[in-house]
Design a protein around this ligand. Sequence first.
Ligand code: GCU
Length: 496
Amino acid sequence: MQWLITIAVVLAALALVALKLWRFGKELSRLDSGGETKTACHGCPGSARSDADLGITIKPLVQIGDKTKQSLMALWVVVACIGDVGMSQEIRPPNYDESKASNFDLVSVLAGPDGKLIESKDQWSAQRKYLVDLLAKEEYGYAPKDSVAIRTELFDDGPAVLGGQTKSNIRRRQIAVFLERDGKRVRVDLALWSPKDRPKAPCFLGLNFRGNQSTCDDPKIRLTTSWCDNRSPGVVDNKATEASRANQSERWPIAQILEAGFAVATAHYSDIDPDYDDGFENGVHGLFPEDRIDADHPSRWGSVAAWAWGLSRLADVLEKLDGVDPKGLMVVGHSRLGKTALWAGATDERFQVVVSNNSGCGGAALSKRIYGESVARINTAFPHWFNRNFRKYNDREDLLSFDQHQLIATIAPRPVYIASASNDKWADPLGELLSGHHASSAYHLFGKKGLDAVELPAVNTPIAQGAIGYHLRDGDHDMLLYDWEQFIAFAKQNGF
Ligand code: GCU
């Protein structure tokens, strides 16, 4: 009997070592191939997301030779086996079973710090502040209190070129926005298209993933010089090339937005903060070294908060420009930038309409549902997006005393639109809708209709009778003309 047990233990140990070797081999080839790592949408059914949408990039710190590789491999196998026996902690696999997603309690958006419910709209301003503070402390992080000097340089002003045609009725401007503090500066390029026949046009503002040149085919748009993901087309050594022009123009139907009477402005999110974990040295974090997040300051700002702060600095510029209605600024964003748009709407009340597209975990989706992407998964794949306090909830959603419906409520009484896509299970479309539903009582205080629905509507059937709009577009994780048509209709319905 004893020899049987011994053989079983030896076989198990060998299997473990083989698994470790295999994993380590994969890790080495990742380092050798320039440091790309993909964070797959593990088991996410029907989700068709691009690699660039799914991953982060880790740069190799050193070039390593074969001998070093072998020693590292041996050391790693020993350490990893010991670690596995002692304290291995796997992240829970993603859940796509609706029957397991419905058992959760949410705190009312009207409940204050003492648990008592507020009853009138006069109490809302204090309640809103409490919610924003709670979410800053536990999830997104506090942006620095100190300000920056903003200097602008209009380096382009002319008629737009869209779809290969010069549009004399659309004014295109490009403005270098310099954010300066203590002798350091960050340059953010703002591209703006405004209708010539509307002296004060309401303006959609949203960050883009790949540089302003990726949003349209206009050869005059300045090519971004900021960090770009190597997996995006037309990017070489993390720099955009001419080949990257218009390669995400389907997300920015500029001509149609302008035809509807709106202005639209965009900037590359990397100008504000490059999207990789560098210990918060670069981007706008670098302007505030004394506000950097660390173990002793777990509630300081992560990248989502930095991008949202950047949107506010762009609002500082936009509200002073002719052709733009300073009372008609609307913030919009897709996916991680949808999370960002919501946080920008929470922290800056100048955004009169807030649009979240497929924002998912850490955006509109309720974390407590535990459906699709989870808190642990997002914090592990993207350790720089949120603050460190948020890690307390990794696979411990039961500990959450707050959830994303409170984020939606911080926007009240301003209109908010939540868009999902039917194949985007990773972002949990129902969880996104339910956030809106549970935020509704904040809108009711103002006599406004929120979102009554508790079930997903049929695809391409928007629900937009209230101040919280929702649609489930048929298809994949993306922001397309159909989505924009609904954002525009919603903005118009709300008086813009
Ligand atoms: C990943 C991530 C999501 C995020 C998305 C994106 O899929 O897990 O949380 O929304 O990237 O920004 O495209």
